[in-house]
Design a protein around this ligand. Structure first.
Ligand SMILES: *[C@@H]1O[C@H](CO)[C@@H](O)[C@H](O)[C@H]1NC(C)=O
Ligand SMILES: *[C@@H]1O[C@H](CO)[C@@H](O)[C@H](O)[C@H]1NC(C)=O
Length: 246
């Protein structure tokens, strides 16, 4: 008699216990996932997009403001001209020695302004070289937005840029590089790590980790310190030759 009475009590209690546990499961899972995957992970804290652009057009206008600044353009084409070409020539010469670049490479410089790096490439013997920027500077630089490169897929063997910090959409910036690079092609970026760059920058980079993540279809070749006009780090990637399924 006693046994059956306690049984009749325990069974419904257990039923309700398991039912309530079952119903609260989604909530428990939510707490668990929030706790284990905080919304801001290390990757995104090492790459921060600067706030304050109301639209893509506002962003482009601000970038144009620097590119079109007459005082800056004057300096770029006179005082800076030979000095920068000299530094870039040494860089490209070194990249040729490392077999990341050759005279036969079809090369692109992204955000080239007045094209000192394009001129340097041509002087070291890489004759098929061109630059893109929002404002053209013929014959070295053609008009092009690095978020939407005006080139077909797999056009270039080599791409260089020192304006990663100006990208409002770093994933598009890198996606376009990987789209227009041939398989086995090389991309070399000069970036500033752990230091604020100029007031026209659209993002801040605190390590090279986010770059490794953004270059989905490439392998990192090297990272080294450079003295690149305020940019301290060179990162080189090579686009993979086989499509890897993930
Ligand atoms: C561009 O810069 C100048 C000088 O700093 C400023 O007066 C002007 O309002 C700016 N224009 C735009 C479109 O941001
Ligand atoms: C590449 O071009 C440069 C400049 O024209 C020349 O001096 C050099 O010999 C060339 N290198 C090769 C491997 O053809």
């Amino acid at each position: 008699m006693k046994v059956t009475q306690s049984r009749t009590l325990v069974v419904p209690i257990l039923k309700y216990f398991f039912l309530s546990l079952f119903l609260s499961l989604p909530l428990l899972l939510l707490f668990y996932s929030l706790h284990n995957h905080p919304p801001i992970d290390r990757q995104s804290t090492d790459l921060r997009i600067r706030p304050g652009y109301a639209s893509y057009d506002a962003y482009i206008q601000r970038q144009l403001n620097k590119t079109l600044n007459p005082k800056l353009r004057q300096i770029w084409t006179t005082r800076d001209w030979e000095r920068k070409i000299h530094v870039f020539s040494n860089l490209f010469h070194d990249l040729k020695k490392k077999r990341l670049l050759s005279n036969q490479s079809k090369a692109l410089c992204i955000g080239a302004r007045v094209g000192q790096e394009v001129e340097a490439l041509r002087r070291v013997g890489v004759s098929h070289s061109v630059g893109i920027d929002l404002v053209p500077y013929p014959p070295l630089v053609v008009k092009g937005d690095f978020h939407h490169q005006p080139f077909d897929d797999e056009t270039f063997d080599f791409e260089f840029s020192n304006v990663f910090d100006h990208a409002l959409f770093p994933d598009k910036f890198v996606g376009e590089i990987e789209r227009t690079l041939k398989a086995g092609g090389v991309c070399v970026l000069h970036v500033a790590v752990s230091r604020r760059s100029d007031k026209y920058s659209a993002n801040d980079l605190y390590s090279v980790k986010p770059l490794e993540k953004l270059f989905k279809r490439s392998e990192m070749v090297h990272v080294r310190k450079v003295d690149g006009f305020g940019l301290d780090t060179e990162v080189a990637f090579r686009k993979k030759t086989v499509i890897q399924r993930s």
